[in-house]
Design a protein around this ligand. Structure first.
Ligand code: HEC
Length: 97
């Protein structure tokens, strides 16, 4: 009986410690996988899609971490695909130095 209780509480600890953490805000975070062609496409999409509702934002006005959140909010507004979201993010970061 003691063994069973020990086993049960061990399982409970395992379950708690294995709960997935809320990470990975976007696929864009920190991955520099876009080619220069994709970054050029990101620039075009940015210039065509991101100045419609407000002035075209200045990439230097926010840091890369802030841009992850902004792009998560703005990509759906601009109706970007996941790829376009990634390319625009990578373009912004490429000129955000
Ligand atoms: C359909 C309209 C629309 C489109 C398209 C759009 N935005 Fe926005 N954007 C807004 C509105 C509305 C706000 C202000 C309210 C808010 O923060 O949701 C905003 C705010 C912002 C801000 C300020 C956020 C802050 O925290 O200071 C930035 C930067 C921005 N947008 C970038 C972009 C980029 C980059 C794109 C292109 C991918 C884009 N927006 C496309 C509507 C749009």
């Amino acid at each position: 009986m003691k063994k069973l209780i020990a086993a049960a509480s061990f399982t409970a600890i395992l379950l708690v410690s294995c709960t997935p953490k809320a990470t990975t805000a976007t696929t864009a975070a920190g991955t520099a996988t876009s080619t220069s062609e994709q970054i050029a496409q990101g620039k075009t999409i940015f210039e065509n899609s991101c100045g419609k509702c407000h002035k075209l934002p200045d990439p230097a006005s926010h840091n890369p971490v802030q841009w992850v959140g902004i792009m998560n909010a703005m990509a759906p507004k601009a109706k970007l695909t996941d790829d376009q979201h990634q390319w625009v993010y990578d373009y912004i970061i490429s000129v955000n130095k």
